[in-house]
Ligand binder design. Structure first.
Ligand SMILES: Cc1cc2nc3c(=O)[nH]c(=O)nc-3n(C[C@H](O)[C@H](O)[C@H](O)COP(=O)(O)OP(=O)(O)OC[C@H]3O[C@@H](n4cnc5c(N)ncnc54)[C@H](O)[C@@H]3O)c2cc1C
Length: 610
């Protein structure tokens, strides 16, 4: 066993379960994997004051573009972590990701090539859609994973320089009642060392931890086989719309859906320097083994045989729809792709990973800090597995929905180029006989909003677990459970957004009023009793808590636009309790007889001590 060069940290002796078996490193949490899930977990634990070690098998962050769309809930987490500014700065300007569009191929001899079949608003229309503005202080953004991860890594190192080790691979682990013992290979030196931790986070994309813990991923594998080519080339002559990030193309000569995704990094839209081209292949297509054949096929699909792209990377991946049967096995937790594998349609994979970490880290800190029983950790699976299952299903349905466009267009690889062209010409024909065709097509395109306006999927997911105290209210019937996020304070809901002002006129988003690991008690303007009761319980139980009243014209904070009181879901004497991950844990409509006892019971329930 090699000795760790980074210095040995000694943890409390209760971490050691077997006398005489002293590990090289003892640390409360071992994070395995330095992708989006692992790096986010590292930053969150740092802000919560939890010592941890992150080991990641490769020398650096991802070299593949992969994930790029980052949704509002994820950006809220990065805002809390102080990372959002850097992500926005490197990311796509909002006006360059306001729409998505479908085209009749990119280039070719027939005049339909390059014509826009349709376009629609996407991802909150560059933060101009009022629903997105009302939902969050953060706009969505877009930053390819190969540029996002270095930003996350820099901040993770800034927060905890000693905690991050790339080129260190988890080889194996065992767990007992008191902790997890892991063996890690330092690939720089070839030496192994052992880590003893109270908890292990498997953020390894499903490569090791889940299988080793005996957890199976259930669902569909090998749904589609896709090749992605990341390249630099000037395509500005062929694309026109500066607001479009993803170009969906149906070229007549292949009859296959192909995608061009702008990658920036300095300009976006048609002037983007880099691109990713995606195309599906049959699982038994021999061309996929041959890079030259794939590049030739890309040029063919784009109708640009003379294009001379600088190819950075070709990646081959399968579209999967998998959810782990369990997210926890004893002291081992699965996060991100280790727990759920999605296709990219809808951009939910990385976002779900980030939000997994936000759910688990404060709970881990509460248990390690003896403010909660380990039972609180069981709510991780109860809360995140249903969200992941929904997101996996949405990703697959979004992908299948694109195929409906090919059908509505009458474009297919089974047709001749002439037949596909004839179908495409109908999109712009003046012949009234084509009216039904166009109506069916525009209905099919409009339905793509299930992917590009999946606002309730992104922002409205709710939790139901022992760490949420039901208030007896019925779950409201959703208007559209994919597209329309309806803010609510029903326990289990994400904290609605509102801009509040203090008495000096300083503006804060309501979610900003609690720091890392802090609960927030928000009472109505006549709910002072709740504030006082919460303060007493917090000091009695050693909890970090901010408590205040909010009203339109009176209270500790004012709600000038009535945005808060519109959604708060209780009277002026009522209150809500918000967990550190900004989910509502408890709601009281009005003062009641014993606010202190009600709140005490709520805290005990959340902490798994009821
Ligand atoms: C083409 C494409 C487009 C996508 N677009 C989007 C999008 O727009 N939005 C979105 O949210 N998602 C998107 N996704 C999905 C997204 O890429 C993944 O969901 C995301 O990368 C998952 O992050 P993760 O940290 O869980 O896993 P990964 O990114 O896979 O990271 C796993 C890490 O674990 C390390 N590791 C593995 N084994 C070990 C070991 N034994 N020891 C130590 N370290 C180990 C790896 O080296 C790696 O660093 C897309 C995916 C693809 C393929």
């Amino acid at each position: 066993m090699g000795h760790d060069e980074g210095g040995t940290k000694r943890a409390p002796s209760h971490l050691l379960s077997v006398e005489d078996s002293v590990s090289d490193i003892e640390v409360p949490v071992l994070i395995v994997g330095g992708g989006g899930a692992g790096l986010t977990a590292s930053m969150l634990l740092s802000d919560l004051g939890i010592e941890h070690l992150l080991v990641s098998a490769l020398p650096g962050t991802s070299t593949l573009p992969k994930a790029h769309v980052i949704n509002q809930r994820s950006m809220e987490i990065y805002r809390k972590l102080g990372v959002a500014g850097d992500i926005y700065e490197a990311g796509t300007p909002p006006e360059a990701m306001a729409r998505t569009a479908w085209y009749a191929g990119l280039n070719g001899e027939d005049p339909v090539y390059g014509r826009e079949i349709a376009s629609q608003e996407a991802w909150g229309a560059g933060y101009t859609d009022p629903d997105y503005i009302a939902a969050s202080p953060c706009r969505m953004t877009n930053l390819p994973q190969l540029r996002l991860e270095p930003v996350l890594l820099a901040h993770a190192k800034r927060k905890s320089p000693e905690s991050i080790r790339f080129n260190h691979e988890l080889l194996s682990f065992t767990q007992d009642d008191d902790g997890v013992s892991s063996t890690v290979l330092n690939k720089d030196t070839g030496e192994t060392y052992t880590v003893r931790s109270e908890y292990l986070y498997g953020c390894d994309g499903g490569r090791k931890v889940g299988a080793e813990a005996g957890i199976e991923l259930l669902g569909q594998r090998n749904i589609l086989y896709t090749v992605s080519v990341h390249f630099t080339a000037d395509l500005s002559k062929y694309l026109k719309d500066p607001s479009v990030l993803i170009n969906w193309m149906w070229p007549a000569h292949t009859g296959l859906l192909t995608l061009l995704v702008a990658m920036g990094p300095d300009s976006w839209g048609p002037g983007s320097q880099e691109w990713v081209f995606h195309e599906n292949y049959a699982f038994d297509d021999n061309r996929v083994a041959d890079d030259d054949a794939l590049i030739a096929n890309m040029k063919h699909a784009l109708g640009l045989p003379d294009l001379e792209p600088t190819v950075h990377k070709i990646s081959r991946w399968t579209f999967e729809a998998l959810v782990a049967e369990r997210f926890q096995e004893g002291r081992v937790f699965l996060l991100g792709d280790a727990a759920h594998r999605h296709g990219p349609t809808g951009g939910l994979g990385l976002n779900t990973a980030i939000q997994d970490a936000y759910n688990l880290c404060w709970k881990t800190a509460a248990v390690l800090g003896a403010q909660a029983s380990p039972a609180l950790l069981e709510s991780y699976q109860a809360e995140r597995q249903p969200v992941a299952a929904t997101n996996v299903r949405r990703s697959t349905e979004n992908a299948m929905n694109h195929m409906a466009i090919g059908e509505a267009l009458g474009v297919s690889p089974a047709n001749s180029t002439a037949d596909n062209l004839a179908s495409l010409h109908r999109v712009w024909s003046e012949d009234p006989a084509d009216d039904d065709f166009r109506a069916a097509l525009s209905a099919t395109i409009a339905a793509q909003s299930m992917e590009f306006r999946e606002h309730n999927i992104e922002a409205g997911f709710r939790y139901d677990s022992a760490a949420i105290v039901p208030d007896g209210s019925q779950e409201p019937e959703p208007i559209d459970d994919i597209r329309i996020y309806q803010p609510s304070t029903r326990p289990g809901s994400p904290l609605p957004h509102a801009w509040l002002e203090d008495h000096r006129g300083n503006r804060s988003a309501v979610q900003d009023l609690g720091g890392a690991g802090e609960y927030i008690l928000i009472a109505g303007e006549e709910g002072r009793e709740w504030v006082e009761a919460a303060g007493r319980i917090a000091s009695e139980q050693g909890l970090a808590l901010k408590a205040f009243t909010v009203g339109h014209s009176s209270g500790d904070y004012l709600d000038p636009r009535c945005a808060w009181i519109r959604d708060r879901g209780h009277t002026a004497t009522g209150a809500i309790l918000v967990r550190p991950d900004k989910f509502i844990a408890f709601r009281a409509d009005k003062a009641g007889d014993s606010p202190e006892e009600d709140l005490r019971q709520a805290f005990l329930s959340i902490a798994g001590r009821a």
